[in-house]
Unconditional design. Structure first.
Length: 134
């Protein structure tokens, strides 16, 4: 095999590998998204909080509607175990959803998330939500 043929074969293989990796990443992200959306409906607020954080890190904008639905969730949990935050800190599901929406570039800050969501009629009065969540 000539050097040119070897280079052509390598380029072809790399293109196929890149396509395969992209397809695999899409399938994994899609499966995770569905599982996380189900987890965000769990009765345990710890599970919903972690699901929100993971949806934010997933980077898939298809989870935004579910996160918007969770903004008004005032269920809370004290941090422990899997929830890594300051000791005795109270975490709200709605606050975790807002943080995830910031990660997904829905808005630039938690406050901006609530403002935009209020304008789009996804949550009640922003001041009330922020007062309860933070």
């Amino acid at each position: 095999m000539s050097e040119k043929d070897a280079a052509d074969q390598l380029q072809k293989w790399l293109a196929e590998k890149t396509q395969w990796e992209a397809e695999a990443a899409y399938k994994i992200r899609s499966a995770c998204k569905d599982d996380l959306i189900r987890a965000s409906q769990d009765s345990d607020p710890n599970v919903r909080i972690v699901a929100c954080w993971l949806m934010g890190s997933l980077g898939d904008p298809q989870v935004i509607p579910r996160l918007l639905m969770l903004l008004g969730d005032k269920s809370q949990s004290r941090c422990s175990g899997l929830l890594q935050c300051e000791e005795a800190e109270v975490v709200y599901v709605g606050g975790a959803a807002a943080e995830a929406l910031v990660q997904l570039n829905y808005a630039s800050s938690v406050e901006a998330v609530y403002e935009r969501a209020k304008r789009e009629q996804h949550v009640p009065d922003t001041a009330e939500v922020l007062r309860n969540d933070y």
